[in-house]
Design a protein. Structure first.
Length: 401
């Protein structure tokens, strides 16, 4: 009994310690700002009246450099941590000639601040490998597009590969180099080993392609919407928010929200949100191996609609995975403050600090979780762009495998 009591006390102290650690506000590091416009170090995301906001500005941080894709201007920019642009891939038909950078041929010129021209059609997302290969998702011309009747999807996307000298190596399709175009590409990820993971959507569900560092196909996996697992014995409806690959092994993480009767949201018809989980899927076998429960996040408010006595339920968004063992999730709190939740493979809370994004003029954000666990973001505000980061990797120090 005495041993059990001591263990119980230690466990309670640990829980209190973790709770106190989680209630901190994690300081934001403001790195640099960009302005809106057409120049090579500016973003063009001007929203025209009556048109939806373009959410295809993406950011990747790799080895201390910040890569930003701007769809509206057909370019990919590379900045150092001081905000100096050091590299540019751009469509000359959509951009003025570079002023700050030297226009180079892409054949290994020695300049350290370089601009490379390429006639991009419609770039949407991208990723950068540890070997400095840049993968850009582009659309092919109309005459080359195909229609997939089985999956009711237009096949019109390819992935361009550029090496560190700015030279176009080739393009990837479903079968690898020169293959059949993809359907809509939801996201692109890269592993520690340089393997490319392409997640696509069609009318029937999701299809994931896994390529080797040499761009040879390794895995093609279909994830139909109707086959998403639900808790045993329930009649819940599953909503798949995102699919994020493990950075070390061929494994996928599916963030799923469940809905059904007797919901937690207090809706009038008693149907609504139930719970969320991260499902672990082996990409090579197609078998699910685990389900990680995501804690409920309740935001206190005095508003009556859509609330219970315990506050409003705010869903978490899965941002990424660090080293295949720590999941980063984000949910809104008050004003510019958000709750960041970091949990491990067993669902245990590592930390849950609050972080500050921006005030009410935030129009768009894109967030990136690096291999080492640093969270960074590009914040598009009303009159400027901010690139920021949070040293979330320090929250992982001392966490065991």
């Amino acid at each position: 009994m005495k041993i059990r009591f001591i263990i119980g006390v230690l466990a309670s102290l640990l829980i209190v310690s973790c709770a106190n650690r989680g209630e901190i506000d994690l300081e934001r590091e403001d790195l640099f700002r960009l302005s809106y416009g057409k120049m090579e170090d500016q973003l063009d995301i001007i929203q025209m009246p009556g048109t939806p906001f373009d959410t295809s500005t993406k950011m990747v941080m790799r080895d201390g450099f910040f890569y930003i894709l701007n769809r509206s201007s057909g370019k990919v920019m590379k900045f150092n941590s001081y905000g100096d642009i050091v590299e540019l891939f751009y469509n000359p038909a959509m951009n003025p000639e570079p002023v700050l950078l030297e226009k180079e041929s892409g054949e290994g010129d020695p300049s350290t601040r370089r601009a490379f021209s390429y006639p991009f059609e419609d770039i949407r997302n991208f990723t950068v490998s540890p070997q400095d290969i840049i993968y850009v998702n582009d659309r092919i011309v109309e005459s080359r597009r195909e229609y997939d009747e089985e999956n009711d999807a237009m096949l019109d996307r390819i992935i361009l590969r550029f090496n560190r000298d700015g030279r176009l190596l080739d393009y990837l399709g479903q079968e690898g180099v020169g293959g059949t175009p993809f359907s809509f590409i939801q996201r692109m990820d890269i592993s520690r080993q340089g393997e490319l993971i392409v997640t696509t959507r069609n009318m029937r569900g999701w299809r994931v392609f896994w390529f080797s560092q040499e761009s040879k196909p390794l895995v093609t996996l279909d994830i139909p919407l109707l086959t998403i697992p639900i808790p045993e014995g329930s009649d819940y409806t599953a909503s798949l928010e995102s699919i994020i690959p493990d950075p070390r092994v061929r494994q996928l993480y599916l963030k799923v929200d469940y809905y059904g009767t007797e919901s937690l949201s207090g809706s009038a018809d008693n149907y609504g949100y139930i719970s969320s989980a991260i499902l672990v899927l082996n990409a090579e076998t197609g078998l699910y191996s685990d389900s990680i429960e995501i804690p409920i996040h309740r935001r206190e408010s005095s508003e009556p609609a859509g609330f219970t006595g315990k506050g409003q339920i705010m869903l978490y968004e899965l941002l990424g995975v660090a080293e295949g063992k720590n999941f980063f999730l984000l949910s809104p709190e008050d004003g510019p403050m958000y709750r960041l939740l970091i949990i491990d493979r067993h669902g245990a809370v590592i930390s849950r600090p609050r972080i500050e994004l921006a005030d009410g003029d935030l129009m768009y954000r894109d967030m990136n979780v690096g291999f080492e666990g640093i969270l960074s973001s590009v914040l598009c505000l009303e009159n400027r762009v901010e690139v920021v980061l949070w040293r979330t990797d320090r929250l992982l120090q001392g966490v065991e495998e």
